[in-house]
Unconditional design. Structure first.
Length: 294
């Protein structure tokens, strides 16, 4: 596994702090415009993330709320550098056969609210993008949380490799809510397997895990309702959405899905990662139906 690191944060930071009023919206807009002009691929990815014509203003508002404390951005940035080698070693140990000899790119960037982590492509190679603004916004600045985040995104890439597909095709598949639950569940379970514990770094509240556990039936029923009615399921995943005040519940639900597949069908993670598309929707719906009765 060959690694290339692209660190875009120093450029953005320098433009930002060299202006007279660091936190003003105009100065953030100036820094953002210069930043996106310099890094055209990041511009493309953020444009893809928002899929609306006025995304720059949305991006600007999101970013302005995320960078008030530059010390948190700096702390997250430093944590990535100190954590990345360990995370890579753990990942390669788990997926040596799948990733050996491949090129991977890691990009430290300003995501404008598009996520703390993103498994994508950069310069036509598999890439993990680490969004400092969202890492800071979520409070995931500790080394342990960032290690889990990096491994989670690497697990998405391992999933693509096992399925012999690329980022573009995988992204299309994830537009289906059942495949998305399966995909995020795989990455979450894979992260926990590699780290060696269910540490639930994504939990925004101490009671989050217990609430999800107690409300698994409700979440399963609601997810299937959203999926069958073609309603956007980002309320289960997005940082800016919630279910009864609880964020990112889809990751817990997906994690339980993978445990269900392991238990019910005696499948290991690699076999689960490569399930035929024709089986995925059926098995996910079976899980949601059974779980909703709890």
């Amino acid at each position: 596994m060959r690694i290339k690191l692209i660190d875009t944060y120093p450029y953005f930071r320098n433009v930002l702090v060299n202006t007279r009023k660091f936190a003003s919206k105009n100065n953030v807009a100036y820094a953002l415009k210069n930043y996106l002009e310099k890094y055209s691929r990041i511009y493309e990815l953020i444009n893809q993330c928002y899929e609306v014509s006025d995304w720059f203003n949305i991006c600007l508002n999101t970013l302005a709320n995320s960078i008030r404390n530059i010390k948190n951005l700096d702390k997250a940035w430093k944590s990535i550098y100190s954590t990345l080698p360990d995370a890579i070693v753990l990942f390669v140990k788990a997926f040596k056969n799948e990733v050996g000899g491949r090129d991977f790119i890691f990009v430290i960037y300003i995501s404008c609210g598009c996520g703390a982590g993103w498994a994508a492509e950069y310069d036509r190679k598999p890439a993990v993008l680490l969004g400092l603004d969202m890492i800071s916004n979520l409070g995931w600045v500790s080394k342990e949380k960032i290690k889990g985040l990096i491994i989670h995104e690497l697990c998405h890439i391992a999933h693509m490799i096992i399925r012999k597909t690329n980022y573009q095709h995988f992204s299309e598949l994830e537009k289906n809510p059942y495949f998305l639950l399966y995909s995020e569940g795989f990455a979450m379970k894979c992260e926990h397997e590699i780290i060696g514990s269910e540490n639930w770094r994504i939990a925004p509240k101490k009671e989050w895990v217990n609430w999800c556990r107690r409300n698994l039936g409700f979440l399963a029923k609601l997810y299937m309702e959203y999926a069958e009615k073609n309603k956007a399921v980002n309320v289960f995943y997005g940082t800016f959405f919630n279910i009864k005040g609880y964020l990112q519940t889809g990751y817990y639900l997906g994690h339980e899905l993978i445990k269900y597949l392991e238990r019910k069908y005696s499948l290991n993670l690699r076999i689960i990662a490569n399930l035929p598309l024709s089986e995925i929707k059926v098995k996910v719906k079976n899980f949601l139906t059974e779980a909703s009765k709890r």
